[in-house]
Write a protein that binds this ligand. Structure first.
Ligand code: 6R9
Length: 635
């Protein structure tokens, strides 16, 4: 069992303990797990090189902690509940025992293909149980998985495979997403035209799409596993052996291969999962992320399964066959904890309340959000209409690099405030820095969010580029992990994430969070979404440029809307935040994970559309051309 906090007093007590004596605190958490050999030292670290180690010299296998540790008590309980893209197709469930056998079978398959400890396995698959099986099979034999989101292009896949020098690629003939099929094998073939390290491609049949199989390289999944034994001894891993690489985009250039290791990641994901979501035995937990992102790694696969939870995996999209799909799934499986992203919440909010039927939402106990600041309108809609005014919202702030949730309410324990991630988890020591490298102490301060002490889930390096790891995260401020996010600590000591600091604008010497201005703009009844960036302004230093998506135009036409948006912001925040320019656009440039690529908007606002950098992660590249065409500055 993982230690769980049950009250606000308990949280305060645990938090204080974790700061006063981190060794004792994390020893207590790590002792909940099965170690083949106990660690010699809880941690060893410096943020200069940086060199971070947790549970030093401990030996373990993370899948032994999911399976062998849980089988006696949870063997016949569902581990994965899988909801297919098409609501008329059948749900699949795998109990802990069944999942264990499938993982072992596939682990043996990988071994037969010559994969061993430390080898990299690239995974480019749809959201089907085999994806989770593949991830865990790698962990079983000590291979390092590198999951590439199945929405990425051939180019992006190739770049990631080559950076990790992967030996094997796991993919599928295709993937269902709403009424579309992504031709995964075809895209993979294109990527593999220039991936010299790939020896074998294992192809799962999912869509029955026609594919070309390359003789000597490609093999069908069902044939590969045929006859493999369903027992496979777990490889003994060191705490600091890499568990996976996950690529995340930097502000420029090449994606970064974030490396997470075994022992610390295990302890941190399980501890944070159990405490933030307050998971109870028999609850059904549904995270809508894709396993191709960190949220899927930590909070669909590892965290929940380590905690012996029932984790629901969904293959499809929130708006197909209609905008009620999530709620149908909640009703069908009596989901208790539901975890999604603000972008999904806003998309569903825009579709109106007709899809929300109270009777479908009765099972919900906890709602979660992650990925970007949640605006107040979306928070209230989520709280009132999805949570029926009775479910706490956990606004969980964290990053690919942090491995797990860092600042968040504990469900039902920490009093919430709309748009606030509230308080740090035990063991997490946030600190707010100003631009001159000074710490801002006390409450009612605003600055750059850093973390001054390591926690078990922190990334250890960037694959093949430790220098970049140091430069990106440990060089801006001395002896501190720099998150890249701006944050405000309010009068109650609550944290509100303001967005990336590169999104903070300075207008006439006043710092303004772009999210704050966007919140105000979004209050306008005709506005669906907006993104605000700064642009060079002769007098103010920076001016405010707003890109706004409207559902429809009012009688006043474009000019009328622009004016009323400006007036609205003036009214909500004050004249200082009034946008100088408001461009109505058909859509915002978003990554496939739903994040707005402000870098592109900033370039447009600066009047320079020549060098937009890497836009391969964009969902819809056409939108960029339309934005440039309608720009309000000379581009
Ligand atoms: C888990 C994940 C990390 C960036 C992070 C921040 C933003 C994530 C947030 C949030 C406000 C939250 N972010 N959660 N901003 N409130 N609850 O999303 O990882 O894809 O690496 O993104 O996302 O800006 O720095 P990742």
């Amino acid at each position: 069992m993982i230690n769980k906090i049950h009250s606000l007093g308990g949280y305060i007590h645990e938090y204080q303990k974790s700061i006063a004596n981190p060794e004792a605190f994390w020893t207590q958490q790590a002792e909940c797990f099965f170690w083949r050999k106990r660690w010699d030292k809880v941690f060893d670290w410096n943020f200069d090189e940086p060199n971070i180690q947790w549970f030093v010299n401990g030996k373990l296998n993370i899948t032994e902690n999911i399976f062998e540790r849980n089988l006696y008590t949870h063997g016949n309980q569902e581990a994965i509940i899988w909801e297919p893209n098409d609501p008329n197709d059948e749900t699949r469930t795998l109990t802990y025992s069944e999942l264990y056998q499938e993982v072992n079978k596939f682990a043996n398959t990988l071994k037969r293909l010559g994969v061993g400890k430390g080898d990299r396995v690239a995974i480019y698959m749809p959201m089907v149980p085999e994806l989770a099986i593949a991830v865990l099979a790698c962990a079983r034999i000590g291979a390092i998985h590198s999951v590439v989101f199945a929405g990425f292009s051939a180019n992006a896949l190739q770049e990631r495979i080559n950076d990790a020098t992967a030996k094997v690629l796991l993919t599928a003939d295709g993937g269902f997403r709403g009424d579309k099929i992504t031709p995964l094998k075809k895209i993979a073939d294109e990527a593999l035209e220039s991936c010299p390290t790939i020896e074998t491609v294992v192809v799962l049949k999912r869509t029955n799409s026609e594919v070309d199989m390359v003789v000597g390289r490609d093999i069908w999944w069902h044939k590969a596993i045929d006859g493999q034994s369903d027992t496979c001894p777990a490889e003994e891993m060191d705490s600091e052996d890499p568990l996976f690489i996950l690529y995340t985009s930097g502000s420029t250039g090449k994606p970064k291969g974030i490396v997470h290791t075994t022992g610390g990641y295990m302890v941190y994901t399980a501890y944070s999962f159990s405490n933030v979501f307050q998971y109870h035995v028999d609850d059904v937990y549904f995270c809508t992320a894709d396993i191709g992102w960190i949220t899927g790694h930590s909070y669909i696969v590892y965290g929940p399964l380590l905690a012996g939870a029932k984790t629901l995996m969904f293959e499809g999209v929130p708006t197909w066959p209609n905008a009620g799909r999530f709620w149908d799934i909640v009703a069908k499986h009596k989901v208790n904890q539901f975890y999604t992203a603000p972008t999904a919440i806003r998309a569903l909010l825009a579709k109106g309340n007709d899809f929300l039927e109270e009777k479908k939402l009765q099972s919900l106990k906890v709602l979660g959000t992650v990925g970007e600041p949640i605006n107040e309108e979306a928070w209230h809609w989520y709280h009132d209409h999805v949570g029926l005014n009775r479910c706490p919202i956990v606004d969980t702030w964290w990053q690919t690099e942090t491995g797990g949730i860092m600042i968040s309410p504990l469900a039902g324990i920490t009093p919430t405030k709309p748009s606030f991630a509230t308080l740090p988890l035990p063991g997490i020591q946030p600190i707010i820095m100003n631009g001159d490298g000074k710490e801002l102490t006390g409450n009612s301060v605003e600055g750059n969010l850093c973390i001054k002490f390591p926690w078990p889930g922190i990334a250890r390096t960037i694959w093949n580029d430790h220098q970049r790891f140091k430069d990106t995260y440990f060089s801006t401020y001395n002896k501190m992990y720099f998150t890249g996010d701006g944050v405000k600590r309010d009068e109650d000591g609550y944290y509100r994430i303001l967005g990336r600091v590169d999104d903070v604008i300075n207008v006439s010497g006043h710092r303004l969070g772009t999210a704050e201005i966007e919140n105000a703009i979004n209050e306008h009844p005709l506005v669906n979404e907006s993104a605000v960036v700064g642009y060079p302004h002769a007098i103010k230093g920076q001016g405010i440029y707003a890109f706004v998506v409207c559902g429809e135009l009012s009688t006043g036409g474009e000019e009328g809307i622009r004016k009323s948006i400006m007036q609205g912001v003036t009214k909500i925040i004050g004249p200082i935040a009034r946008p100088d320019l408001v461009q109505l656009v058909p859509g915002l440039p978003k990554t496939r994970s739903g994040k707005i690529m402000r870098r592109i908007l900033r370039k447009v606002a600066e009047g320079d559309a020549t060098n937009l950098g890497d836009i391969t992660t964009l969902l819809d590249e056409d939108v960029v051309d339309k934005i440039i065409d309608g720009a309000l500055v000379d581009v």
